[in-house]
Write a protein that binds this ligand. Sequence first.
Ligand code: ZN
Length: 158
Amino acid sequence: MAAANKLKKINLEIAIEPLTVDVSPRNIEEIIKESDIVLDGTDNLETHFLINDACLKNNLPWIYTAALGSTACCMTIIPHQTPCLRCYMSQPPSPGTLPNCDTVGVLSMTTGTIASLQSAEALRLLAGFEPTNFFLYIDVWHREFETIKIQKRPDCDT
Ligand SMILES: [Zn+2]
């Protein structure tokens, strides 16, 4: 709700429908059904995979991002065209086995940078340009930007 209020102050001409819900397998398709594109800003692997599978099932492009500490990553997924999150990582690790923002924190510069890159990619797609076709890894502390080519897994049916 706070984000919606802030965005309305920036641009009165846009329609914003804030949702205050926990995303789950029961409601994910209802949440994304009228979207042109899904921007993932969630904070756990289970939800990233939930978004991946729902977007692939509904043929919706989506942009994965994740951030931790000074590092972040971004990957654009176009169903049936690009590799998906399961091509990068077939299964999420068990909950609680990886560090997360609660345990190690995240720099605001990290989330700001990756969100800007994600937004730019969304504008590219909405304007009809081809998606960037790589996995982007950044480290704002060490000033590293790396692009990694991901291949479709032969056993992934996306
Ligand atoms: Zn895949």
